[in-house]
Design a protein around this ligand. Structure first.
Ligand code: SAM
Length: 213
């Protein structure tokens, strides 16, 4: 996802501490305190402009959502949505998910959403794919034992790669769909990319995966 450089992004993020967690490393092990309740925590990694997390938060007030996005110029759009919609169960973090274990204690979160992750098609960039085994090792540590990962993409190459990566990691793969929109699911919350690519006729791939106990 490309976005124009926004020189005002830093100031804007700092001016919304009710949604943007500015010192997220200090919250490790204390995320339920941040939300002020003991609801389960679902995390979206690479949240983009926040459409998915806002839709999910509205649909599931019984869940706390944390959206992580690396690019400042992109996460500002998610903050704008939060300011407009005022969700009580969403926090946003401008952070590189490469350091996820610095952010969450072991077993602290209950679900991870990976939506339309950057495919990094060149072999030399494999390590940047969010389903590369080093990321899976982090997810395993921070996810509760009954936690799961839900992965959606329109990129067939990334989907096939990810299924292989999950399988090499000895994960359990469930509920695979090779065309998510084939059946109308009123509960499916679309992301920005999902809307864009499904409108162009791309099939949307989806899988649910978990670690063996
Ligand atoms: N999930 C959104 C959607 O479906 O519309 C955005 C998809 S976009 C292709 C991928 C997003 O992941 C980009 O905004 C990118 O900045 C973010 N991203 C990539 N690597 C990341 C990382 N290591 N940590 C956090 N965000 C990351």
């Amino acid at each position: 996802m490309r976005a124009r450089h926004k020189p005002w992004a830093d100031d804007y993020l700092s001016s919304h501490p009710e949604y943007v967690i500015l010192n997220p490393l200090e919250k490790k092990g204390k995320w339920q305190q941040v939300f002020g309740n003991n609801q389960p925590i679902h995390v979206e990694i690479g949240a983009g402009k926040g459409r998915f997390v806002m839709g999910m938060a509205k649909q599931h007030p019984e869940i706390n959502f944390i959206a992580i996005e690396l690019a400042k110029s992109i996460i500002v759009s998610a903050v704008e949505k939060a300011v407009e919609e005022e969700p009580k169960n969403v926090k946003l973090i401008n952070f590189d998910a490469n350091d996820l274990r610095d952010l969450f204690a072991d077993n602290e979160i209950n679900r991870i959403y990976l939506n339309f992750s950057d495919p990094w098609p060149k072999n030399r960039h494999e390590k940047r794919r969010l389903t590369y085994h080093t990321f899976l090792a982090q997810y395993q540590q921070v996810l509760a034992s009954d936690g799961k990962i839900i992965f959606k993409t329109d990129n067939r190459g990334l989907f096939e790669y990810s299924l292989m990566s999950f399988s090499h990691f000895d994960m359990l793969i469930d509920h695979v769909s090779l065309n998510l929109h084939e059946d109308e699911d009123p509960l499916n919350v679309m992301t920005e990319y999902e809307e864009k690519f499904s409108k162009r006729g791309h099939p949307i791939y989806r899988a649910e995966v978990c670690f063996r106990k």
